[in-house]
Write a protein that binds this ligand. Structure first.
Ligand code: PHE
Length: 338
């Protein structure tokens, strides 16, 4: 075999060796010794090269040098990779800090609900939950909505079966609690509710409510008023003013709707309060004796108050958001602001 053929053969073997070598310093060192170490293949080829005449040297020299360069460079590249120095060569600085990623936070409605619950918890209210799929009895009948009563039209209902529905308010939790627990009862009941309403900037088919219920002997409307007033001052600030307007709910008598002085203009009139100076935040009233009767509680012995508010509405007011649908789109650019 001529020297030129041997050089070719060694070059092919080198290529195979370079691509198959184990990525450890020891294997690369073995490879270096095999090819370019003093006793390696390439120096041996150079020795044979020295014995050639000048014409042959011209033909063979170029290929032999190329082989030597391939071996040196191939081994250097693998060594650099192993020691990590190839990264520095690429110009990328691995010590740079990574991209920061933003921690998430609670949804503005959740934040509002938590704040409401915290304030009432400080006043001694416990927490109760109920299912979102309810019976007609708990959602309506026990709350003094007789069958076919027009008051049912106040709350457009998603029915699942004849007597099974998606609760339209958190008031059925009043019923569940009074059924299982004797007075004194002092609970807050947050939860999701559903209404089959046209979707627009003011209303959505799913939203939340926070319900309150207090039942004991001699509970009065005056207590309801101070409790709500304490809550409103803690939530909106101590300068807020309150207004109780007579209203109607089948399950409370008397009933009222509560307004707070507008949190934007303070009562002088602006776009948010539609120039009335007031914002409605909840419904409330004294528990109707019929509700007590449906739950087996003696209305001669006990009285109580109940209230219900919508955290979405309160969040819209608090943050000056003019479209309730924004709360349900999950758009991170919107949510990031809270
Ligand atoms: N459940 C009533 C509603 O959804 C609110 C309410 C609760 C009113 C408790 C009075 C007492 O509109």
């Amino acid at each position: 075999m001529s020297l030129l053929e041997r050089i070719n053969e060694v070059h092919n073997q080198l290529k195979k060796d370079l691509s198959n070598v184990q990525k450890t310093f020891q294997s690369v060192e073995d490879l270096r010794l095999k090819y370019i170490g003093k006793k390696g293949i390439i120096p041996a080829l150079f020795r044979d090269f020295g014995t050639l005449g000048p014409n042959e040297k011209r033909d063979v020299g170029k290929d032999l040098n190329t082989l030597k360069k391939s071996a040196e460079e191939g081994i250097q590249i693998i060594t650099d990779k192993l020691s990590g120095s190839d990264h520095v060569d690429s110009g990328f600085d691995h010590t740079l800090p990574g991209f920061p990623f933003k921690p998430g936070h609670l949804h503005p409605v959740t934040q509002t609900m938590n704040r409401i619950c915290d304030i009432f918890r400080e006043m001694g209210f416990g927490t109760e939950f109920g299912p979102e799929v309810e019976t007609d009895f708990n959602n309506f009948q026990a709350l003094n909505f007789p069958p076919n009563h027009p008051a049912r039209d106040m709350q457009d209902t998603f029915f699942i079966e004849d007597n099974i529905l998606l609760r339209t308010h958190t008031s059925p939790i009043q019923i569940r609690t009074m059924m299982k627990q004797k007075p004194p009862i002092r609970i807050l009941a947050p939860g999701r509710v559903y209404r089959n309403e046209a979707i627009n900037p003011r209303s959505y088919c799913v939203f939340h409510q926070v319900e309150g219920l207090y039942v004991d002997e001699n509970v009065t409307f005056a207590e309801l008023k101070v409790t709500i007033e304490m809550f409103a001052k803690k939530f909106f600030g101590k300068d807020v003013k309150l207004r109780f307007r007579p209203s109607f709910f089948p399950f409370t008598e008397p009933s009222a709707e509560v307004d707070v002085s507008c949190i934007i203009c303070g009562g002088s009139g602006c776009r948010l309060c539609k120039h009335t100076g007031w914002l409605e935040i909840m419904g409330c009233g004294m528990v109707d004796p019929n509700v007590f009767k449906a739950c087996g509680i003696d209305p001669e012995k006990y009285t109580g108050y109940a209230f219900g508010m919508g955290p979405e509405r309160i969040a819209l007011l608090k943050y000056g958001i003019d479209d309730i649908r924004l709360l349900y789109e999950g758009d991170i650019r919107f949510l990031e602001q809270f």
